[in-house]
Write a protein that binds this ligand. Sequence first.
Ligand code: FES
Ligand code: FES
Length: 182
Amino acid sequence: MHQEDIVIVTLKVNGVERPLAVEPRRLLCDALREDLGLTGTNLGCEQGVCGSCTVLVDGESVRSCLMFAVQAGGCEITTVEGLASGETLHPLQAAFWEKQALQCGFCTPGFLMAGVELLRRNPEPDEAGVRAALAGNTCRCTGYEHIVDAVLAAADGAARERTFAEEPEVDVAAEVVAREGR
Ligand code: FES
Ligand code: FES
């Protein structure tokens, strides 16, 4: 490899800027996995078919086997490692856990990233919407039913949280005083 074949690109991955020296043809998936050690992003087909390598680039789901690392320079990249907050799982990860939406887990990071994008675009999808959004991801183990259930459960949980957050706080003491005239 000649020095002139190397370019410097800064990838902002899970909120952290990571400068890299790469060949222009370096794939984003390889930069993430091999250069940055973020092996949560899995590689299946390596030709854009299976969805296992899905990450978010500026909030959009992208097959990282079809994108050059240099194309992602300056973008916000989110990988599956960026979903949890410390020990706390992302709500969609928790829903996958509760609904047993994985078996071998190989496809799971890709499904999670596609699901996160869906719920950002449409926080209350119906089953058909979930199936359509996940249609580009392949799972060889689960039969998809539990994966769809998990995404719907995460959407349902988030909707309930929004409802509670919108309800005004009740001042119980004031209510008692008003009712009893004291
Ligand atoms: S590895 Fe990228 S779509 Fe299959
Ligand atoms: S859980 Fe094994 S491929 Fe999906």
